[in-house]
Ligand binder design. Sequence first.
Ligand SMILES: C[S@@+](CC[C@H](N)C(=O)[O-])C[C@H]1O[C@@H](n2cnc3c(N)ncnc32)[C@H](O)[C@@H]1O
Ligand code: SF4
Ligand code: SF4
Length: 429
Amino acid sequence: MEVPFELASPTHLQVEVTEDCNHSCFYCYNHWRKGESSRNYMNLYVAEKVSDIIIQDIKPFIVTITGGEPFKNFETTKYLSEKLGKKDISIGINTNLTEAKRRDLEELLDINKDIYLLVSIPSVKRENYRKITGRDNLQKLFENIKNVSQIGIPIYVNMVAHQLNKDEIFEEAKFLLEEYGVNSFAVTPMLRPALRTLDKMDLNAEENKKIYEDLIKLRNDFGMNTAILEVVPKCSVPEELRESLIFSRGCSAGKISSAISYNGDLRVCAHAPFSHGNLLEKKFSEIWENMKPWREHGYVPEECSGCLEIPECKGGCRFAAYEEGQLLNKKDYRMTSPVKIKNFSKHLKLNIEDEYFATPFKFRKERENQYTLNNKSKLLFTNKETITFLEQIQKKGSFKISEIPEGPLREKAIKFVNILYNKKFLELK
Ligand SMILES: C[S@@+](CC[C@H](N)C(=O)[O-])C[C@H]1O[C@@H](n2cnc3c(N)ncnc32)[C@H](O)[C@@H]1O
Ligand code: SF4
Ligand code: SF4
C-alpha cells in the first residue's frame, strides 16, 4: 500500500558535467547563462568524489548526466556512465546530440549496456532550428540520430515548446517516428528562466491546450509514448484533460530529485540558481537536511491554499521567472485558482479473473518498514509487504484477484491492485 513518508535521499539526480555548450537556445534555463557560454567543467577529481558520495550516501535509482552540453566533457560523462552504471544506477544523458562522435556513442554503449539518451530537438526545420539554437547544425543532429538507432541506444526526445515552434509539434513527432523509429516523445512547454527576462516567447493557456491535445492524439493515433517533462500547474489545464497520462510530473525539487553542479554543489533542481552546500565540503545528509522545507511544502504560495493538487504540484515551478531577491513562495505565473474537485481514483474496471504479472523493479530502504520501489518509469512509497507480494507474483508467474476469498480482504486487494497497475508494477498478461 502507498504510505506517506520522507525520502532519505533523492531517487533521481541530475549531474551537470559542464556549463559549456555549443548551442545558445534563447530559452535555456541554465542559471549561469548570461551571454557567452561558461567554460566550467567537472574534472575527474570532482567526478570521483561526487560519484563515491552518490554510490555510498545518495543511492539514487536514476542519474541524468546533463549540462551545458555533456558531450563537451566526454571524459567525465564516460567515467560517470561506467562507474555508476556498474552499481545498477540507470544512466541517461540529456544532450542536443550535435557534439557526439559516432565512436563516442559506440564507446558509451560498450561501457554501459543500459544507457539511454534524452535528446533535445527544438525543431526539425533547418531555419527554425537555427533561429532557436543559434547554430546551423541540424544535419549533424540527424546524422547522430541515425547513428544512435544503428548502434542501438534507446532514445527519448524532448522538445521545448514556445512561440517559434508551437505549430510543429505533431509534425515533428510524426517525422521522427517515421524517419528514425523514435517512439518516445516529450514536450516541455517553455518555462521562463530564472534571473533573465526574455521577450514573451512562452505559450498562453489556449496554445498549451493545443499541445496537450497533440500529445494525446500522438498516443491515440500512433501508440507513441508521449509526456510533458516539467511541472504544469493542473489549475492551468482544462478540466477535461487533467487526468490524461501525459501529465506525470509534479515539482520534485529537493524531494525526489536534486542537481549537482560541475564543482559538487548540491541544488534542489537544475533550475535552481543557488546551492544548499558543496558535497566535497559537507556531508550529504547535512545538505539534505538544509533542503527539508522543500519536502514540507515550505514554499507553496499562499494563493494555492486549499488546492487538492498541492501534494504533487506544490504551487508549480518555484524558479520559473524567479528574480533576484524574490521570495521562493511567489505565485507561479501560470497558476489560476486552487483546484477543489479531483478525480482521485482512476479505478480500473477490474475483472477478478484477469491475470496480472509483476514487472521488474528495484527497491531502496528509507527507514524502518519504509521502502521506495522503482520500475524505471514510476516510484511507489510503500512497505515490506508490497515487496513480498510482488516477489511472490514474480516467482509464481501470475496472479488473479479471484484467488483471494470474497469479503473485506478482496476489497482491499482490488484497491491495492489498482495502485500497482496504475503505477505499472503490475501488468495484464
Ligand atoms: C539545460 S539542457 C542541458 C542538456 C542539453 N544541452 C540539452 O539541451 O538537452 C536540459 C534540458 O532542459 C531543457 N530546457 C532548457 N531550457 C528550458 C526552459 N526554459 N524550459 C523548459 N525546458 C528547458 C532542454 O531542452 C533540455 O532537455
Ligand atoms: S543545448 Fe541545452 S544547455 Fe545548450 S543552450 Fe540549448 S538547452 Fe541550454
Ligand atoms: S493552485 Fe497552486 S498547487 Fe494548485 S494546481 Fe494551481 S499552482 Fe498547483
